[in-house]
Design a protein around this ligand. Structure first.
Ligand SMILES: *[C@@H]1O[C@H](CO)[C@@H](O)[C@H](O)[C@H]1NC(C)=O
Ligand SMILES: *[C@@H]1O[C@H](CO)[C@@H](O)[C@H](O)[C@H]1NC(C)=O
Ligand SMILES: *[C@@H]1O[C@H](CO)[C@@H](O)[C@H](O)[C@H]1NC(C)=O
Ligand SMILES: *[C@@H]1O[C@H](CO)[C@@H](O)[C@H](O)[C@H]1NC(C)=O
Ligand SMILES: *[C@@H]1O[C@H](CO)[C@@H](O)[C@H](O)[C@H]1NC(C)=O
Ligand SMILES: *[C@@H]1O[C@H](CO)[C@@H](O)[C@H](O)[C@H]1NC(C)=O
Ligand SMILES: *[C@@H]1O[C@H](CO)[C@@H](O)[C@H](O)[C@H]1NC(C)=O
Ligand SMILES: *[C@@H]1O[C@H](CO)[C@@H](O)[C@H](O)[C@H]1NC(C)=O
Ligand SMILES: *[C@@H]1O[C@H](CO)[C@@H](O)[C@H](O)[C@H]1NC(C)=O
Ligand SMILES: *[C@@H]1O[C@H](CO)[C@@H](O)[C@H](O)[C@H]1NC(C)=O
Ligand SMILES: *[C@@H]1O[C@H](CO)[C@@H](O)[C@H](O)[C@H]1NC(C)=O
Length: 812
């Protein structure tokens, strides 16, 4: 872990000078890169801080071009056609820190334009047309300079005191590109005081100076990078030297390597110095013999950390058996190693790793397929073989010598069987961190996986693992990464992982967050980009120690079930990564895109019990109210009355609409039992006549000389309605007349709507003799008015009665 970290630190350090030039977030950036400009644009915003004019056709810079840009920090003029710059060109740009003039046509290295550019930290004037490297006086005023890159595309002279003007400065990094060199003065480099030195070495035709340059380079800084170590040439670009080799052996070789021994000789000086500790070699084109020889020299020198990148091995003539190392290297990094010949004994090359003495080994992007088990006594602590072509089939299956290995990175290879990976670790008793991410791992056989117990961090992300992976995990894990696999759920039955603190399950297919019953000490849980629709927050009950949760970017369905979850941020101390921006409703459609933070449903809408309680409660209260009203206020009676009243109102209105018979004299005829006479007189008659209603009262309006029936019929015919005051008395004594009447006047009797029955006292059914069909049917229809004893109700009763009979009569 520490090693990986420091590796990245190194990368950052390596890029230090460039990061100097990187714009920060708020800088005002004007970018005219690759815009086919031939002059600097006019009217650049005078607050510009970053100005990129690279890759244009600018030939000339005018004195005024950058004058208004007082804030300018960064100016990139790389890849233009500038041949000349005015002295003190940047004197108004007091903030200029970073200036890139590489790949132009500048020929005067005195660089008078640098006068007064006092804040400059980064300066690149490489790949111009200088003929010498003798820096001008202007450089001595660059007090803050940290990075300087020099060089020329022309054949150049590099003499002893050329760099004198900066010799007193403590620089971070100096880069010198001298591919074409006509002269080198001894100790021209050693006068530099720089932490890092990068030299692009002269190419094959200028080998004369190689030894002297390396001699000085190794004695200049602690961190040295050497580029362009090429002693092999492509046969298709035949050089005279190679011609013979290539033509003779055309079918076997694609390259000819000559003069490689010059490198070996020159590197030997390294053994006499103890200054270089970090050495990087870049862009190599050598044969196998040369590369192994150089390695041996380096291994026996003061170098602690060696990095080789972009190395082409052009020939493998006599693969040497590897040699024994005296001492060990801390770090050996190989990247982009390519073997150009196709036929050679690869075993010898892989055998290299058997004997290598190094703590940290990294081999990147080199298409490696095989790794031999190192010999007993190796000191490997970290092996990183990311981005190669290793498969799990034979990979270290029976290797028991990697006892001190702590970190093993197998990222981006072709490992297939998780079981074999676990089997591989059996003897790695110190292994703490294993990274097998970005492979093709599967686990389909249910077997016990023989992991080493020492494993603490396991990265299995970006593979093809399914739920079954949980049965194949080392038991002491603290950090487990299973992102980007095909996991649908975390099985309930599995071995407990009580040390697990961090679990990454993002980008799988989980429908719910896992509960922590099997990982009780879980502190960090990542389950973003899964398939949670309605995750509940119940899982938290078992996750007592959880402090960080990332459940962002799931397709949340915003319904009641989600409320617990969406309130989690409020109700717990757990830090929710991505909250609130990345937590949005995906369904239902009307809520799509709504932040969970803004999604609220009230308690009532969601709790069924509460809803039931409320509905039933209301119904109960209503029932009680209705009961009370019925009981105290006799509601049904009122209702019936009101209904009848409306009925009658309707009927009278209908009646009004057609012509009433003209001989109507009375509003109503009233018939009653003699025993009810007092009620009729005091209540009925007085009330109705008070309302200007005329009542035919057969005793009062009796026409002498006619029989009772005749009189009654006469009365009925002259009245709009007939009112019968019903009581047990009436039924027993009077109804017979009417029954008879109804029988005789079949036609009339059908107009039952002309009848109004007032029930004075309740009449039990049995009291009605069975022969009174009409009465029975009328009573059954309940189309009668009940006389209420309650004074309040009586008013409604009268109103009802009035409505029933109150029409305007034409006859007097
Ligand atoms: C030297 O190289 C090692 C490994 O490559 C790296 O970790 C370290 O940071 C480097 N040192 C410096 C000062 O760059
Ligand atoms: C300007 O744009 C080019 C390409 O569009 C980009 O590569 C370059 O980094 C940009 N420069 C700056 C300073 O952002
Ligand atoms: C520069 O100008 C030449 C012609 O003068 C043109 O061919 C080339 O594409 C231009 N380059 C850029 C970067 O605009
Ligand atoms: C910036 O430029 C504008 C015209 O474009 C000018 O009026 C203004 O004075 C300038 N500001 C500074 C600080 O130079
Ligand atoms: C300047 O621009 C060139 C080409 O766009 C780029 O490669 C280079 O890194 C830039 N220089 C700096 C210091 O950013
Ligand atoms: C420019 O530099 C020269 C020489 O160092 C100095 O005398 C002069 O004052 C400087 N001018 C400005 C504007 O800084
Ligand atoms: C290394 O350089 C120093 C000056 O920095 C010099 O004194 C010393 O003699 C050189 N060593 C060799 C072996 O050249
Ligand atoms: C190393 O230094 C010794 C003397 O100190 C010298 O004899 C030898 O030639 C040097 N080796 C190389 C390769 O320069
Ligand atoms: C060499 O690398 C190791 C670990 O990678 C680091 O600790 C050490 O500081 C490096 N040495 C130098 C001189 O940078
Ligand atoms: C597991 O490793 C052992 C040695 O540790 C080996 O003998 C065995 O063949 C391996 N099993 C598989 C299935 O590769
Ligand atoms: C696992 O590896 C992937 C990439 O291969 C990386 O993004 C992730 O951060 C690693 N996980 C952990 C926990 O380090």
């Amino acid at each position: 872990m520490v090693n990986i970290f420091s590796f990245f630190l190194w990368i950052i350090m390596f890029q230090f000078c460039h990061s100097l030039c990187f714009p920060v977030a708020n800088d005002i950036v004007i970018n005219y890169s690759s815009s086919s400009l031939s002059t600097v644009p006019k009217n650049l915003p005078n607050l510009s801080q970053i100005l990129d004019l690279s890759q244009n056709n600018i030939t000339e810079i005018h004195l005024q071009d950058f004058v208004p840009l007082h804030q300018l920090k960064y100016l990139n003029l790389s890849s233009n056609k500038i041949s000349n710059l005015a002295p003190a060109l940047f004197k108004s740009n007091q903030k200029l820190e970073c200036l890139d003039l590489s790949k132009n046509q500048l020929s005067n290295i005195e660089c008078h334009f640098l006068y007064n550019a006092t804040s400059l930290k980064y300066l690149d004037i490489s790949e111009n047309k200088f003929l010498s490297l003798r820096l001008g006086k202007a450089f001595s005023f660059l007090q803050d300079l940290e990075y300087l890159s020099l060089g020329s595309r022309k054949k150049i002279k590099f003499q002893k005191d050329d760099l004198k003007e900066i010799s007193g400065k403590q620089l971070e990094e100096v880069s010198i590109k001298i591919k074409l060199l006509s002269e080198y003065g001894h100790s021209a480099l050693t006068i530099l005081r720089t932490a890092k030195l990068h030299i692009v070495l002269p190419s094959i035709k200028n080998f004369n100076f190689l030894k002297d340059i390396l001699d000085d380079a190794f004695n200049t800084s602690y961190i040295l990078t050497l580029s362009n170590i090429e002693c092999c040439q492509n046969c298709n670009q035949l050089s005279v030297d190679c011609c013979e080799v290539c033509s003779k052996r055309r079918n076997i070789v694609s390259h000819c390597c000559s003069d490689c021994s010059r490198y070996i000789e020159s590197f030997k000086v390294l053994g006499n110095y103890s200054r270089v500790q970090n050495l990087s070699l870049q862009h190599l084109k050598v044969d196998w013999e040369t590369s192994t020889q150089i390695l041996k020299i380096i291994w026996d020198s003061s170098v602690e950390n060696l990095s080789i990148s972009n190395m082409k091995i052009c020939q493998v003539r006599h693969p040497l058996s590897w040699f024994h190392f005296q001492k060990e290297l801390r770090t050996f990094t190989l990247s982009q190693i390519e073997f150009l010949p196709f036929y050679f004994n690869q075993a010898n090359i892989y055998d290299v790793f058997e004997d290598l003495k190094v703590e940290n080994l990294a081999i990147y992007e080199s298409g490696m397929i095989f790794f031999t088990c190192p010999k007993e006594g190796n000191t490997y602590k970290l092996i990183d073989i990311s981005d190669n072509s290793f498969t799990s089939d034979f990979f270290l299956q029976d290797c028991s010598t990697l006892k001190s290995l702590e970190t093993f990175i197998l990222k981006q290879n072709r490992f297939g069987q998780l079981f074999k990976v676990s089997n591989m670790t059996t003897y790695m008793i110190s292994l703490k961190h294993l990274d097998v991410s970005q492979n093709q791992l599967i686990f389909d056989e249910i077997r016990v996986c023989p992991w080493t117990n020492s494993l603490i961090k396991l990265n299995l992300s970006s593979n093809r693992l399914t739920d079954s992976v949980f049965t194949c995990l080392p038991s002491n894990l603290e950090i487990l990464d299973l992102q980007k696999n095909n996991i649908y759920s975390v099985p309930k039955v599995l071995k407990e992982l009580n040390n697990l603190k961090e679990l990454y399950l993002g980008a799988n297919k989980l429908a719910n967050p896992p509960d922590c019953s099997k990982f009780r000490n879980l502190e960090i849980l990542f389950v973003e980009a899964n398939s949670f629709h309605e995750p509940s927050s119940i899982f938290l009950q078992s996750c007592q120690r959880l402090t960080v949760l990332n459940a962002a970017s799931n397709p949340f369905t915003c319904t009641c079930n989600l409320r617990g979850f969406s309130a989690m941020n409020k109700n717990t101390q757990i830090e929710m990564i991505g909250w609130p921006k990345s937590y949005r409703c995906a369904y239902p459609d009307i809520l799509k895109g709504t932040l969970l933070k803004d999604f609220h449903l009230s308690e009532v809408t969601c709790s069924t019990t509460l809803l039931l309680v409320i509905v039933l409660g209301t119904m109960f209260v209503l029932a009680i109210l209705i009961g009370l009203m019925c009981h105290i206020l006799d509601l049904p009676w009122y209702l019936r009355m009101i209904w009848q009243w409306t009925q009658m109102k309707q009927r009278t209105m209908k009646t009004d609409s057609y012509q009433l018979s003209e001989n109507l004299v009375y509003h109503a005829f009233v018939s009653y039992s003699q025993r009810d006479y007092s009620w009729v007189k005091e209540q009925l008659l007085s009330n109705l006549e008070e309302r200007n209603l005329r009542i035919c009262h057969h005793e009062r309006d009796f026409i002498p000389g006619k029989g009772i029936i005749e009189n009654i019929i006469n009365c009925i015919e002259k009245s709009y309605k007939s009112i019968f005051v019903l009581s047990p008395n009436f039924i027993q004594s009077e109804w017979c007349h009417y029954e008879l009447y109804f029988a005789q006047h079949q036609v009339l009797s059908e107009q039952t709507e002309n009848l109004i029955l007032i029930v004075l006292e309740p009449i039990p059914q049995y009291l009605i003799p069975s022969k009174y069909y009409k009465l029975k049917s009328l009573m059954a229809k309940k189309t009668y008015l009940e006389w209420p004893n309650d004074k309040n109700k009586q008013r409604l009763f009268w109103a009802n009665l009035q409505a029933a009979i109150g029409i305007s009569l034409t006859a007097p």
